[in-house]
Design a protein around this ligand. Structure first.
Ligand code: ADP
Length: 340
């Protein structure tokens, strides 16, 4: 393995309240290690398999890939599985941590033939860094500016052919030239309930924890359609089982008790999600309310609202996005049991 950099601490998934099951629980044991282990996302996995098989057969370098989708949906997982399948080196960089082109240099010069460089939150690359990346992606070459004034000159450096895998929660925020440089673009959507149950079951096994079928369904039902939340809830629930069950078994009763303490409701909403709805209802009379106004009222960055909170509320029809702002729907009022 070549360089590996740990993710920047401003991962949007890391924000939240004290009972934050959103937080990135670092349990690498649960991350799928090969494509075979990846549950759900069958169409995407099928297409990735074709990319890999064709690349291997041609003895070629894999084209650049962009994964987009909400946080905790499996973008990093797929990006880590691909180099393992190809048996090539892997480096990880976080878009917002790359302040200037020189910060990219070590990654690019280190990139071995056919290796993979994963750039998380690629929509947050600074323009200068992004422009520096264009010739690297297109022609495997970089232009390094040396000196200034009369002494200024540019050195052209050839790189080894390599693959960039970009991940973004906001495909729409990517500039067109950046988006066009990806040969493959794949969107990861929320998981089917049965896939989440399978993830919970398999991960309980990895953790050597027994979980009843109903409890696995209960955990997955509250996970807002993402494996990360399912895993985090599983880990938190396991703590309750360790303390409350003589065999440490996760039963429905224990799972339900854990959800109550963790303040995860029947739809899987956490405190912060309910606070969002309450804010729009009580301060903005149910909307329409602008994102920034909601962000100020809640003292939560608007990025966090857009990335972490709104996708699930929109998908479950608790809120709507209109040109004039966000609106809480009748279903949203009903869920909180507030008269409309
Ligand atoms: P993202 O990069 O989209 O934020 P990750 O790839 O970090 O999400 O996924 C979060 C966690 O969910 C991973 O650590 C992994 O354990 C689990 N996970 C993600 N996708 C899958 C999957 N398809 N099958 C099983 N587990 C998954």
């Amino acid at each position: 393995m070549a360089r590996e950099t740990i993710f920047s601490d401003d991962d949007p998934g890391d924000e939240g309240g004290e009972f934050d099951v959103n937080a990135r629980v670092v349990d690498e044991r649960l991350r799928p290690q090969c494509l075979e282990d990846v549950i759900g996302q069958t169409k995407v996995v099928e297409r990735v398999r074709v990319m890999l098989d064709a690349t291997r057969k041609r003895n070629d370098t894999l084209g650049h890939i962009l994964f987009d989708g909400p946080p905790g949906i499996g973008k990093t997982t797929l990006a880590t599985v691909i180099p393992k399948e190809l048996n090539v080196d892997f480096q990880i960089a976080a878009g917002p941590a790359l302040d200037a082109p020189k910060d990219l240099l070590p990654y690019l010069t280190n990139a071995g033939h056919g290796s993979v460089l994963f750039i998380d939150e690629i929509h947050r690359l600074r323009p200068a860094v992004e422009e520096f990346l264009y010739p690297a992606m297109e022609d495997f070459r970089i232009d390094i500016a040396l000196g200034d004034g009369l002494n200024a000159r540019t050195i052209n450096m050839q790189l080894k052919p390599f693959t960039i895998i970009g991940a973004t929660t906001r495909a729409g925020m990517l500039t067109a030239p950046m988006r066009d440089r990806f040969v493959y673009r794949e969107h990861l959507d929320f998981y089917e309930p049965e896939d989440l149950v399978e993830i919970v079951r398999r991960n309980a096994e990895k953790l050597k924890t027994t979980i009843t079928d109903e409890a696995a369904i209960e955990v997955s039902r509250r996970s807002q359609g993402t494996p990360r939340k399912a895993n985090n809830i599983l880990l938190r629930t396991r703590d309750f089982a360790t303390l409350k069950d003589p065999d440490g078994k996760i039963t429905t009763k224990i799972a339900q008790h854990a959800m109550k303490v963790l303040e995860i409701d029947s739809l899987g909403l956490e405190r912060q999600d309910r606070r969002y709805l309450e804010t729009v209802i009580t301060i903005f009379q149910g909307g329409p309310a602008g994102l920034n106004a909601i962000s100020h009222s809640m003292s939560v960055p608007s990025d966090t609202l857009e990335d972490d909170i709104e996708p699930f509320l929109l998908r479950t029809g608790l809120i709507q996005r209109t040109p004039r702002g966000r609106i809480v729907t009748q279903k949203g009022y009903d869920h909180l049991d507030i008269a409309h």
